[in-house]
Design a protein around this ligand. Structure first.
Ligand code: KG4
Ligand code: ZN
Length: 380
């Protein structure tokens, strides 16, 4: 296994990423080209611009990943790109797929399509070698907010999802409305400003209090934040760095209060999902009853354990938030389980998670044969 060397390519969102990972989990290289300036200019990901940026840098990002890993295409065992469950691939995603096909075609390599959310979940297994199926994963990003039970590789039961927006989207909008620096995504900016604020100062309602399910909703909280910002006459056009002391404090209070309630919503649903999972998954129930199981791992999206462990994985960009990690850890520990979270660099979109998940599938024989070699002109 250690001899396997895999290239992963990720272009689903605003960053162009590639990584080379070895079969034993060693990360040989990880390259990310971010579109920070574009984010600042458009206040979010603008599809057309993101697509052009991916096209411009994809060759260089992949070459850098190979160079830094000190390998050439000939050393690779397979080439992985991400795909999604829903609908056709976006043109952004296609840029990664085409690059993977070019590399695979030119060097006669098998090629593995990897689901983006599965990759968020499974990267936890690279980080935590003990993490085996079945386990539960909470995947929280800009576009997704799902809790899944991972039975085994490729087999997941979704326990809950968002009925409208994902938590990352709420963080991003809050950042924009608070006039925070958008040269990076909104989440980290809100997290940082929240440190200066009083999280109990603005009374936001926790979403879906009366729903006895594991679903999420962030649209209503977004509206509450927008109204609170309007009521305090905060001007998003005035950057927080030039705000008066009182204005800055106001913004920090909103950031902290929003973050507290947004995460409280995660906590409540996670708690219920753990109870559900224990009922749904007979092997977990058995383990809890008979072997006094005390461990639950929470990391990136989801994984499946084979030894007597229950794993909960928390992943996706929002899982890099320290407050999120701390609060979810408390919930999981209160259930006498253990939470495992990948490091922040592996929670946000990255090539490592794609390479690793492709490797997991490749090992069990799931891959496509090399595509016929083609000239780059055939794609572009
Ligand atoms: O997984 P990801 O990198 O891309 C998607 O697949 O969406 O997640 C990006 C999302 C963005 O909404 C970003 O604001 C959020 O994750 N995020 C954070 C933090 N870091 C990234 N949200 C809150 N706190 C953070 N520290
Ligand atoms: Zn993602």
């Amino acid at each position: 296994d250690d001899g396997l060397v895999v290239l992963g390519i990720e272009t689903s969102c605003d960053d162009t990423a590639a990584a080379v990972v070895r079969g034993n989990g060693e990360i040989l290289s990880q390259v990310i080209s971010s579109q920070a300036e574009l984010l600042a200019q458009y206040g979010g990901v603008a599809p057309k611009q993101a697509e052009e940026a991916h096209s411009r840098v994809i060759d260089k990002v992949v070459q850098d990943a190979l160079d830094r890993a000190n390998v050439t295409e000939k050393d690779l065992c397979c080439c992985c790109y991400h795909w999604t469950w829903f609908g056709p691939l976006s043109t952004r995603e296609l840029i990664g797929v085409q690059k993977a096909r070019r590399v695979a075609g030119a060097f006669n390599l098998p090629i593995v399509g990897v689901h983006h959310m599965e990759a968020h979940a499974l990267v936890a297994r690279l980080v935590e070698h003990e993490l085996s199926f079945p386990f539960m994963a909470l995947l929280i990003s800009g576009g997704h907010n799902i809790i899944v039970l991972a039975h085994k590789l490729g087999q997941y039961t979704q326990l809950g999802t968002t009925v409208d927006d994902a938590i990352g989207e709420a963080f991003d909008k809050t950042a924009k409305w608070l006039g925070l620096d958008m040269r990076r995504s909104g989440g980290p900016a809100v997290e940082e400003l929240a440190l200066e604020g009083d999280s109990k100062s603005v009374m936001f309602n926790v979403p879906m209090k009366n729903h006895k399910d594991c679903n999420f909703s962030y649209a209503g909280l977004k509206t509450q934040v927008r109204l609170a910002i309007a009521a305090r006459e905060i001007d998003a056009k005035c950057p927080v760095s030039s705000a008066t002391k009182a204005d800055r404090r106001n913004r920090a209070d909103i950031a902290a209060s929003f973050q507290r309630v947004a995460v409280l919503h995660l906590e409540e649903k996670c708690e219920r999902a753990i109870d559900w999972a224990l009922k749904l998954e007979p092997s977990i129930k058995h383990m809890v009853r008979d072997s006094n199981i005390k461990r639950m791992f929470c990391t990136c999206p989801l994984n499946l354990p084979s030894n007597p462990l229950i794993l909960q994985v928390v992943s996706g960009g929002v899982a890099s938030n320290q407050y999120v990690r701390f609060r979810l850890n408390n919930i999981v520990e209160n259930k006498n389980l253990k939470l495992v979270c990948p490091p922040p660099s592996l929670c946000t979109d990255n090539g490592v998670m794609v390479a690793w998940t492709g490797l997991e599938h490749f090992r069990v024989g799931r891959f496509d044969p090399p595509p016929p070699a083609m000239e780059p002109d055939d794609f572009m």
